[in-house]
Design a protein around this ligand. Sequence first.
Ligand SMILES: Nc1nc2c(c(=O)[nH]1)N[C@H]1C(S)=C(S)[C@@H](COP(=O)(O)O)O[C@H]1N2
Ligand SMILES: [Mo]
Length: 409
Amino acid sequence: MHTTHQLNPTALSLSESNRRQFLRNAGVAGAGLAVAPLFSGNRSAAMAAEDAAGNMIIHTTSPLNSEPKLDVLTESWITPVESFYVRSHAPNPKIDPASFRLTVEGLVDKQLSISLAELNGMFESTSVVATMTCAGNRRSEHSLIKPVGGVPWQAGAIGNARWFGVRLSEVLKKAGLKENAKHVWFEGLDEISKGGGTIPFGASIPVTKAMTDKEGMPGALLTTKMNDQPLTPDHGAPLRGVVPGYVGARSVKWLGKIVVSDRPSPNHYVATAYKLVQEGTPVEWDESGPIYRFPLNSVICSPVANSKVAAGQVSVAGYALPPGQPGASIAKVEVSSDEGRTWTVAKITSPLREHCWVLWKADVKVTSAANELIVRAIDAQGRTQPQHADWNMKGYMFNGWYHIPIDAS
Ligand SMILES: Nc1nc2c(c(=O)[nH]1)N[C@H]1C(S)=C(S)[C@@H](COP(=O)(O)O)O[C@H]1N2
Ligand SMILES: [Mo]
């Protein structure tokens, strides 16, 4: 059985063109089983292919669900669009930007129907660097405890981008919020098959989050560009919401409609999915609230799983994400090669910004007895990454200490 390509000597020794031929010959299913061997017990659910460049793990092609390999992911603090994960529940909708209108309705004084030109003309544009991460990032590790369904994400369902657009608060002010306005619903133009029909992807956020802008940090942004380029279809062109600090599911792509309400959205992805439940009884679903903010997390991206390393000082690198709470920032990242008995403090090598990941590096002493590396992070408010994450049925918010097997000699 294949392991990841970084670890496969055959694949490593192939030239790029030979490698592509090799991938074609092998076919999608057999090509890049780019599943970290750490999770080999759970391989069947996690069959995945690679893209032609070998940078991305493709979980499904239609709709596209892909994540970069971890060593590619941490090449830069701003994640290039080409290596940014894609999580879509339905194929990309076809949208004509010329006739596109964003509608704003519900508990507002004045309904709006705004073209893209009007959106850019009527409101001040701004940008923010913010990390987007799927609530299902690291889901494959939940499955080591007890199998969960859904896209078997490894740790690459995360990326950090500069988002350009207009503040949601400005648009809501233009429409005028009624007194009982409490939640802002977002509706995508995609069509997801569900229960014999189709539904759009939907999300909602509290009005207070939408209206709380700080210098350089909007509560939420209506985005038309990502890293200086127009949004690509995969990332929600022509318009998507971006909600810094919240799980990716609240940042609706192909955004067509905003509804202001006194309650959270009844859309499936708010009312039912994206909740933390253990048993799945009807009462448990009804009693749990929607997930909003992402949790404190850290991951080792290099060396990759099962790398051979020479005993001595080993260079270890990865990312750490502060929790999505206002003002949170990473204070410390620690790496252990002896099952958590001793820890080496890593050096943060990137900017420290609200709602953004940091990249880190550490030189860690590794003996030939070591068989794994572990990372954990602590934020400036004293929150610590838990040793074990709580299992939940849908496999969300996995943030236990990250372990990576190594072959030290
Ligand atoms: N319309 C729409 N918006 C969506 C989704 C979707 O399937 N449809 N997926 C959501 C989820 S679960 C995540 S994690 C992010 C992923 O954004 P990306 O594909 O740009 O990385 O988009 C969110 N917005
Ligand atoms: Mo997601």
